[in-house]
Design a protein around this ligand. Structure first.
Ligand SMILES: Cc1cc2nc3c(=O)[nH]c(=O)nc-3n(C[C@H](O)[C@H](O)[C@H](O)COP(=O)(O)OP(=O)(O)OC[C@H]3O[C@@H](n4cnc5c(N)ncnc54)[C@H](O)[C@@H]3O)c2cc1C
Length: 416
């Protein structure tokens, strides 16, 4: 069984095949699994990259029937039943494709250099560099207008990642950095959250969106609704005729499926996702599974969302389907079990909904968010370290990972 991708879907599929009479090969272009829900905490200097990532090889070290390969898959040759690497072709009997999603700039790919998105550890480290460099440059800037642009942070996209980032940036500037500078007051930093639609967190019930909006505004985040970005450049963004000068623009507005899907030789949805059968296989090819963010499937009359829980459930389902196929047992249909959604806005601020309609907001929701995320983190070390870092940040109001690393110590894109 070849599994492409060691993210949530691929990793849980591999683990669920531990006792199966198969050889498993996990291929990933990165050597580590990333807990993406906490990337924004690396980007805003609460956690270090290694706190939320773990080598895939290490996670699977006790699984005797599993090998790990660090390589990028460039294509899938379904005709020859092979996956294609730059220097090798690997045969498969069963294939699980779990390569996730990438940023989508809705046809404006030139915006990527000015407004990075958040998907990998490298993205988070680059974002942290840009944010911290902006404060450093503002400290030395004597022109008020340019100083204001340096201290303006624009987050585009009012989904969970945009909301979490905007809240964390507000806390970073108002609390963690408050006393560290002599010529600027970081607390005066302007955090602008631009949401194209009429409310933030549109996948949550309206009351929770409103609660999140209130909580963000209490933190001092300037939220603009129905604000569709029309251009982004090196010195800011435009919403129609309104110009926002900023050296740090962050993109959280859209994702599309991994481009590897194109080599599967099937029609793709507009967002690049692959329509799969109720067994998560390609129509007409019951040995090729597509799971996680890459897969488009309805369950209980609704499109399964691109979230970690769905990817995990799909990974386990694909593994079970392979085991059943080898034992010639009847296959079962995939059903997504919604276990709830949580979004954090800041210290003691969050919203949560658990099916069917149990809602939490404020401090209770935040504690639920905290406990659930620690429990889901992979690796005992990571759980302990993250708990200690959060306790440190909670009681001292400090951030432990405020390091500027990378190719440039100037704000904005590294090439500037
Ligand atoms: C910033 C952020 C915050 C999020 N917050 C939440 C949250 O709070 N709650 C929640 O439930 N979900 C959250 N999600 C969504 C969740 O992380 C995804 O739904 C989940 O990771 C999807 O799992 P996956 O296995 O499909 O893909 P991923 O976990 O993205 O894994 C894909 C893997 O494939 C590898 N890969 C890609 N292309 C290739 C290739 N060509 N060759 C080899 N390897 C390749 C990648 O390196 C990666 O390891 C968040 C996502 C992001 C980006």
């Amino acid at each position: 069984v070849v599994i492409i991708g060691g993210g949530f879907g691929g990793l849980y599929a591999a683990q669920a095949l531990a006792a199966a009479p198969v050889r498993v090969l996990v291929i990933d272009r990165r050597n580590h699994h990333v807990f993406q829900p906490l990337l924004y905490q690396v980007a805003t200097a609460t956690l270090s990259p290694s706190d939320i990532a773990q080598p895939i090889r290490s996670i699977l070290r006790f699984q005797k029937n599993c090998e790990v390969v660090l390589a990028e898959v460039t294509a899938i040759d379904r005709g020859k039943r092979q996956v294609v690497l730059a220097d090798e072709r690997i045969d498969f009997d069963f294939l699980i494709v779990a390569t996730g999603a990438i940023h989508s700039y809705f046809g404006h790919d030139q915006w990527a250099q000015y407004a990075p998105g958040l998907k990998t550890l490298e993205d988070a480290i680059e974002m942290r560099r840009r944010v911290l460099c902006a404060f450093e440059a503002a400290e030395r800037q004597t022109q008020p207008e340019q100083q204001r642009a340096l201290l303006t942070f624009v987050v585009i996209g009012g989904g969970p990642t945009g909301v979490e980032l905007a809240g964390a940036l507000a806390e970073l500037s108002r609390i963690a950095l408050a006393r560290d500078f002599r010529h600027i007051d970081p607390a005066l930093a302007r955090i602008v959250l631009l949401q194209g639609g009429p409310r933030i967190l549109p996948t949550y019930p309206a009351e929770l969106s409103t609660s999140a909006l209130t909580q963000l505004r209490e933190l001092g985040v300037e939220v603009r609704l129905d604000a569709i970005v029309t251009s982004i450049d090196a010195s800011g963004a435009n919403v129609g005729d309104t110009r926002i000068d900023s050296q740090t623009v962050i993109w959280c507005a859209g994702v599309k499926a991994s481009p590897l899907a194109a080599s599967l030789g099937v029609a793709l949805r507009k967002d690049g996702r692959v329509d799969v059968t109720s067994q998560l296989t390609l129509p007409g090819d019951d040995r090729v599974f597509v799971i996680g963010d890459l897969a488009a499937i309805e369950s209980n009359g609704q499109l399964v969302p691109g979230v970690a829980a769905a990817a995990i459930q799909m990974g386990r389902h694909a593994a079970r389907a392979i085991r059943k196929s080898l034992a010639s047992e009847v296959q079962s249909v995939f059903h997504y079990q919604d276990k709830g959604s949580l979004a954090t806005i800041g210290r003691s601020r969050a919203i949560a909904i658990f099916p069917p309609q149990f809602q939490l907001r404020g401090a209770v929701a935040w504690w639920a968010w905290l406990l659930i995320h620690v429990a889901l983190l992979i690796g005992f070390r990571n759980r302990v370290v993250v708990l200690v870092q959060w306790a440190w940040a909670y009681f001292t109001f400090r951030r432990g990972a405020r390091l500027i690393t990378g190719s440039s110590s100037k704000p904005g894109p590294p090439t500037q």
